[in-house]
Every structure is written in C-alpha cells, then in structure tokens.
Design a binder for this molecule. Sequence first.
Ligand SMILES: [Zn+2]
Length: 112
Amino acid sequence: MHACPDCGALTQVHPEFSPWCQECNWNLDPTEEPQKLTFLDRKFRAFSEKVGAGLLETLGRQQQIDDLHRSEALTGRLAAALSLLVMSFAALLPVTAIAILATHYTEPSFIF
Ligand SMILES: [Zn+2]
C-alpha cells in the first residue's frame, strides 16, 4: 500500500506498473510531463479561475431569479383562479334572485 501524494488515499502498488490513485486520478498518465507554467500562464490561470467563479455566482443568482419568477407566476395564476371563483358567486346572485322570483311569484307567502 502506498499513500497518494495528492489526496492521501491508500493505493495499491504493483511493481510492474506505475502507481496511480483511483480517488483523485493522481499519476493516471505517468508519461505526462508536469506543466511548467510561465508567469503569464499563472496570471491567466488565476484570472480565468476568478472570472469562472464570478460566472458561477452569476448563474446561481440567475437561477434564483428564475425560480422566483416561476413562483410568482404560479401565485398569480392561483390568485386569478380564486378571484374568478369569488366573482362567479357574485354574478350568480342576480340569476338566483330572478329564479326565486320566477318560481315562487304565485305563492301567498311571497309577499310576507
Ligand atoms: Zn489521490
């Protein structure tokens, strides 16, 4: 057993093969040369990581805004349905009054 130099996970070492870590893929390609970064490469990499983090934060905020708009649309539809229900009761009142007048007009108790 061998401890991974990157993550510290224990890896099995076979003498005929180069060691690699299945947890973090350390030394997965042993023929790969380690990158020698120039000053500009390091600056560009740092800048791109900073911009990437900003973009990720912006996307997270945009997702929150989209979720908020979706919930507002649902709330608006629910409010419209409730108001339609209330207004339909109000619209049925004259119809009910006319129906009562038409059906009970001849009864003696109609005039109190
Ligand atoms: Zn590892």
